[in-house]
Design a protein around this ligand. Structure first.
Ligand code: ACO
Length: 370
């Protein structure tokens, strides 16, 4: 039996949800190119596509929006649990605890039929958005902000996070980021969710495991690490110096490299780069322009020094910074967006299940006597 460290290049699941066509430079999501969806549709459309399996028509879209907003109120005990946790705990760890606890409030938790999984998935998605938007407020001792029924799901999440209404350009940038974060074939967190679901454990368990996976800086945690690096660099010149220093110390540069894209630009990073440019040009914000220039400098240095290209997290980070989002929420937002894709994968895993149980190449001793 062949051993491939990190399961590189191994086909571990059959899916009709998404596929990274690296040669064709396309992220296929249920037959559509994710970047086309990002240009022409909204996050709620993509939620419908992922969870229902079809792009919603106008009526279904309105129904989805209504149910996400109506379902976004979070049970009081979840806030109590979050308040009881040390504010110093990483936001993803607090989110993991809250997602786990949410399962206790869902009467269908142990019904693994596709219909029940989809219903639970939409309920989970609605509530995760509100929880994520309030992690920072709770850690700072503030009361959680309530969703406003007059706003859409995405607009609500952004307004709850920042505590102020967002402009249409800001909502569009945030919505696009959620779309490109929504689904991406079989990264570590989705694999984790499918592995958990394959024991016929429940959706909330699979989502909880996925939060833990996504926290790591080699995966979703890279977006907040990128922003800390950019802030430490401070200026475009500082960015070049900092990257060179880190490379000399054999450190990894967050936001670069990708197991599947390898030495190609992640198409989602290009879209976020353009989104950042539009956002900062629309507002005429000189400080915002600085992050764009600094990002480009880092990109050029990494291409020159390592032949590596940015992944999505590299440009999502400054987009979130310009939107005024606290850095500790960047990875939780990634999870909120990805919940749609994860739900689709759990529905699919439960519907065509075979338990994951690979083997090992044993390297320990044998024949020892007790
Ligand atoms: N900085 C410096 N060198 C890097 C980086 C990086 N970010 N990424 C890869 N490399 C180098 C490695 O040192 C290695 O070099 P070597 O062959 O000389 O030893 C080579 O590129 C291959 O790297 P691997 O670690 O084998 O690649 P792998 O596919 O296992 O890892 C990963 C992919 C984890 C994404 C890696 O590129 C990385 O650590 N990137 C930084 C973290 C990051 O941005 N994660 C976000 C991923 S995308 C997402 O979750 C949305």
């Amino acid at each position: 039996m062949e051993y491939r460290p990190g399961l590189e290049g191994i086909i571990a699941a059959e899916t009709a949800i998404s596929f990274l066509d690296v040669e064709g430079e396309e992220i296929v999501v249920r037959g559509y190119n994710l970047l086309d969806l990002a240009e022409h549709k909204t996050y709620v459309d993509v939620v419908g596509l992922l969870i229902d399996g079809l792009l919603p028509d106008e009526a279904r879209r309105s129904e989805l929006e209504r149910s996400l907003v109506a379902g976004s109120a979070v049970p009081g005990p979840i806030w109590d649990i979050l308040r009881a946790l040390p504010p110093s705990m990483h936001a993803m760890d607090r989110l993991r605890t809250a997602v786990s606890a949410l399962g206790g409030f869902d009467p269908e938790v142990d019904d693994h039929s596709p219909e029940a999984n989809r219903r639970k998935g939409l309920r989970a998605l609605a509530k995760v958005g509100t929880i994520v938007a309030n992690l920072h407020h709770i850690a700072e001792g503030r009361a959680p902000k309530e969703p406003d029924s007059g706003r859409g799901y995405v607009e609500n999440m952004l307004a709850m996070i920042t505590g102020k209404p967002a402009s249409p350009a800001e909502v569009q940038a945030f919505d696009r980021s959620l779309m490109v974060y929504s689904e991406h074939e079989l990264p570590n967190s989705t694999f984790t969710a499918r592995v958990i679901a394959s024991t016929m454990s429940d959706l909330y368990g699979a989502l909880t495991g996925a939060v833990a996976s996504l926290k790591g800086p080699l995966h979703g945690g890279a977006n907040e690490a990128v922003m800390h690096m950019m802030l430490e660099a401070g200026t475009p010149e500082g960015m070049e110096a900092l990257i060179l220093k880190k490379l000399a110390a054999k450190e990894r540069i967050m936001g670069f490299g990708h197991r599947v894209y390898m030495k190609k630009m992640d198409p989602r990073a290009q879209l976020m780069k353009e989104t950042l440019k539009t956002l900062v040009s629309a507002s005429g914000d000189a400080e915002g322009q600085k992050w764009y220039t600094l990002g480009e400098v880092g990109e050029a240095v990494m291409r020159r020094e390592k032949g590596l290209y940015p992944n999505l997290d590299y440009y999502a980070a400054p987009v979130y910074y310009v939107l005024g989002i606290p850095i500790e929420l960047y990875t939780p937002i990634f999870f909120a967006a990805r919940t749609a894709g994860l739900v689709a994968h759990v529905v699919e895993q439960h519907a065509q299940n075979r338990i994951f149980r690979p083997r090992v190449r044993y390297t320990g001793p044998r024949g020892l006597k007790p």
